[in-house]
Design a protein around this ligand. Structure first.
Ligand code: GAR
Length: 205
């Protein structure tokens, strides 16, 4: 069964493009049903249009409240028939109402090994803390900041020579491997969440 996935993004959109490519190659059993951005001029949104994918700009300023914005978003996602929502560089917190309505079907990717370094500038935070390993996390979205149950993590080394850009580039490579793999694993089904732990079927999982 192929899942219909909505992607929310605010910028470049490399994680969106990478998910789309993985779907096209048959590595993730899904299709991109809709791309939504809160930033009308986001390059990711332009790429979605070039690819002929349904793409929608929903700037925050057009809605009186965050709740009103997120209900517009929810209506568009429902109209597109999307069952899953993947945040890909979506730099706004979702409202509790949105998260509750979508249930355990909203994923995010974050450029750190959560729960370390949530929020903005995760790579800068990692460098400032002097950690020797960082990476990325795919997690379910709850109403908190980068705080839902963890689906997958990949680690990368932090080198003495790193600046924010070089670390971000190394982490991004890990993101591009982790996100499609995590989504494919969830779409295969059979998983459950106990406490904060996401359990997968199969030995050693
Ligand atoms: C990615 O590094 C993603 O992990 C990060 O924004 C970047 C988006 O890049 N997301 C967050 O920091 C969310 N808290 P992209 O637009 O090329 O996918």
């Amino acid at each position: 069964m192929s899942a219909r996935v909505a992607v929310l993004l605010s910028g470049r959109g490399s994680n969106f493009l990478n998910l789309h490519a993985a779907m096209e190659r048959g590595e993730v059993p899904g299709t991109i049903a809709l791309v939504i951005s809160n930033v009308a001029e986001a390059p990711g949104l332009a790429r979605a249009r070039q690819l002929g994918l349904p793409a929608l700009a929903l700037p925050y300023g057009e809605s009186p409240t965050r709740e009103a914005h997120d209900s517009r978003m929810r209506a568009a996602i429902a109209a597109a028939g999307a069952e899953w929502v993947c945040l890909a560089g979506y730099m706004r917190l979702l409202t509790p109402g949105f998260v509750a309505a979508c249930g355990q079907r909203v994923l995010n990717i974050h450029p750190s090994l959560l729960p370390s370094f949530p929020g903005l500038h995760a790579q800068r935070q990692a460098l400032a803390a002097g950690v020797r390993v960082s990476g990325c996390t795919v997690h379910f979205v709850d109403a908190g900041l980068d705080s839902g149950p963890i689906v997958a993590q990949r680690a990368v080394p932090v080198l003495d020579s790193d600046d924010e850009d070089s670390l971000a580039a190394r982490i991004l490579e890990a993101e591009h491997a982790a996100y499609p793999a995590a989504l494919a694993r969830l779409l295969a089904g059979g998983w459950w969440i106990a406490g904060r732990r996401v359990h997968f079927p199969g030995p050693g999982a």
